[in-house]
Design a protein around this ligand. Structure first.
Ligand SMILES: NC(=O)c1ccc[n+]([C@@H]2O[C@H](COP(=O)([O-])OP(=O)(O)OC[C@H]3O[C@@H](n4cnc5c(N)ncnc54)[C@H](OP(=O)(O)O)[C@@H]3O)[C@@H](O)[C@H]2O)c1
Length: 253
């Protein structure tokens, strides 16, 4: 993918990985719009020169109106990134976890489907474009303190595979970004192994720039998770990662 001439929308571009990749696409020469809920972050990004759009992916009307506003301003839009996501801890021994599960599925999975549905007809009409979905190493190797998160990302992986097959022949490609732990969203405080955001973004842009673009963007630090099942390390790694259940508030001591 030539990163210097795209017209990109990053949904969930108001912080973290999305904001950094928005900046990288812009630095490479692409036109970039970002969308999210935070008015303050959107206003800061507008001051940086980005097109900014308010969107709540859990609300179909909000997605439709954001789509209309984006396409009115960027009729040449060719790349849509569904970066939005929440990463919530859940204690499955406490039924109160359900609300976190609901929000996780609505934001990470159904939110991605809402955004993809909103833009797919435009991309098919253009006859060229790319949908970049975002999963996680956790889609392939569960992290037991975040069960619905893992389920949502495994679902986005499966959905991306089917979407790619269904769009075959339309000129619209599907690329799945599979981040490992990256030092954003508070991870930097709890996970010493989280990859620095700048290093992660540099590797992602290098991988994206390959021609043809790979179906999955898996940085080196995510290979362990992506291929654990194939490599026979899955059982041991899940057991090791289950030790983190001690971080759940109800399990202390
Ligand atoms: N950081 C990691 O270690 C890691 C690892 C693997 C995968 N990922 C994935 O990478 C993506 C970005 O994560 P991050 O670490 O950069 O986290 P982040 O800084 O918390 O970013 C999350 C983004 O999602 C947006 N968002 C959340 N709910 C939304 C909603 N209902 N409607 C619209 N936008 C919404 C947020 O914007 P507003 O609050 O402005 O709406 C924000 O821009 C997520 O999909 C995450 O699951 C992250």
């Amino acid at each position: 993918m030539d990163l210097s001439n795209r017209t990109v929308l990053v949904v969930g571009g108001t912080s973290g990985i999305g904001r950094e990749l928005a900046r990288r696409f812009a630095a490479a020469g692409s036109q970039v719009a970002v969308a999210g809920r935070s008015r303050e972050a959107l206003s800061d990004l507008a001051a940086e020169g980005f097109g900014t759009f308010s969107i709540d992916v859990t609300d179909s009307a909000s997605v439709a109106s954001a789509r209309d506003a984006v396409l009115a301003r960027y009729p040449e839009l060719d790349t849509v990134v569904t970066m939005q996501g929440v990463m919530l801890l859940e204690d499955l021994r406490d039924p109160a976890h359900f609300e976190a599960a609901r929000v996780t599925i609505d934001t990470n999975l159904v939110g991605s489907i809402r955004v993809i549905d909103a833009f797919t007809p435009h991309l098919i009409r253009r006859g060229a474009g790319t949908i970049i979905t975002v999963t996680s190493g956790i889609a392939f190797l569960p992290f037991p303190p975040m069960p619905t998160y893992a389920a949502s990302k495994a679902a986005v992986h499966a959905y991306s595979e089917a979407l790619r097959a269904q769009l075959d022949g339309t000129g619209v490609g599907v690329v799945e970004l599979v981040p490992p732990a990256v030092a954003t969203a508070g991870q930097e405080k709890v996970n010493p192994h989280a990859l620095p955001l700048g290093d992660f973004a540099t590797e992602v842009m290098q991988l994206l720039s390959a021609d043809p673009t790979p179906r999955e963007i898996v940085v080196k630090a995510a290979l362990l998770h992506r291929w654990a099942e194939r490599d026979g390390t899955y059982g041991d790694l899940v057991a090791q990662r289950s030790e983190a259940l001690a971080m759940l508030p109800g399990r202390a001591g």
